[in-house]
Design a protein around this ligand. Structure first.
Ligand SMILES: [Zn+2]
Length: 321
């Protein structure tokens, strides 16, 4: 931080406390912003003090600071989000925080929403969100942008925010009957569609989104249950938590169907003597890809007898059919 004096080691994060009692447009650029705060910290009565510890919100000195607060405004560490919210509630603080939308499903957070103690704020209702980040911020995120002035932005996917939309539109409701009915509808739909509850598999799935997408579809719970049992016994299904979504939308990728081992691929290659069975040409093994002769969806297993090596072109053409 530029506001820290130069005696501090730049490579060490030095948590500090800043007391700002006066902010004026010091640099006369027509607005009060962080540049003015920086100027004031260096020149006038605003005070910067280093903390003794590492600045962890759970430390005694940070709790002492929290006790003084009327409102907490921050971007808590996502990995400690639950703990952070629990601490705010324990100390009865008002707060304005940024969190992942999934946080509303946490067992520590959802009851607070139901009791009308926490609301979702204004947000973007569709598309991705972009956040400006400091110049020193490492750009490792999947999406980011640097504008012509060199200002950095990271981009966060705006997927599956129906519940968030709903809640931000209803944040001023005097009671949460409507929200309660909505969650009841989701739960009723799950119970009617998948009556056999399997905690380990069903916990943590995006049921709200499934309900919004598939809730009006016709599904036969008995047939679904039979398929679930079959899929659970199928050794080629390597992602069992994907079974429910697969049954709803039919997309095999949710199941991560087991791939052929390199040993199986080698055996098939030797058996074919390096010839691609589709185009009849010879290839090195590195140029070929292992393929299910009978597809998994038609009962073909991931075993050496069901493995053939295709050249990259033929494999691509086959999977495009
Ligand atoms: Zn070929």
């Amino acid at each position: 931080m530029p506001v820290l004096d130069n005696t501090l080691d730049e490579n060490v994060k030095n948590p500090y406390k800043v007391e700002i009692t006066e902010v004026t447009d010091e640099n006369k650029d027509g607005r009060v912003d962080l540049a003015d705060v920086e100027y004031l910290l260096k020149n006038k009565k605003n005070i910067l003090t280093l903390l003794e510890g590492n600045g962890d919100f759970r430390s005694d000195e940070c709790i002492e600071l929290l006790k003084e607060a009327d409102v907490v405004v921050t971007n808590p560490p996502f990995s400690l989000f639950r703990e952070f919210v629990a601490q705010l509630i324990a100390y009865k603080k008002d707060f304005l925080i940024i969190g992942n939308i999934n946080a509303i499903t946490y067992k520590e957070v959802f009851p607070l929403i139901m009791q009308n103690k926490v609301w979702l704020g204004a947000s973007i209702h569709s598309g991705d969100r972009e956040f400006r980040v400091p110049d020193s911020y490492p750009l490792q995120a999947a999406g980011y942008r640097v504008d012509k002035n060199g200002t950095k932005y990271i981009r966060v996917k705006g997927e599956g925010i129906e519940i968030e939309d709903y809640m931000s539109q209803h944040q001023h409701d005097t009671n949460c009957t409507e929200l309660w009915l909505y969650f009841q509808a989701v739960i009723n739909w799950i119970q009617a569609t998948f009556p056999n509850y399997r905690g380990k598999l069903m916990k943590g799935l995006d049921w709200g989104i499934y309900h919004n997408k598939f809730g009006k579809g016709k599904y036969d719970p008995k047939k679904l249950e039979t398929r679930i049992v079959e899929l659970l016994e199928d050794e080629d299904v390597s992602h069992q938590k994907g079974i429910y979504e697969y049954l709803l939308d039919g997309e095999e990728r949710h199941l991560s169907i087991r791939a052929f081992s390199s040993k199986m691929a080698r055996t098939a290659y030797e058996r074919q003597k390096g010839i691609c069975p589709r185009c009849g040409k010879y290839y090195e093994i590195e140029e070929m890809q292992a393929d299910h002769i009978t597809p998994w969806s038609k009962g073909g297993k991931t075993i050496v007898e069901n493995c053939q090596m295709l050249c990259a072109d033929c494999n691509r053409r086959k999977s495009n059919i």
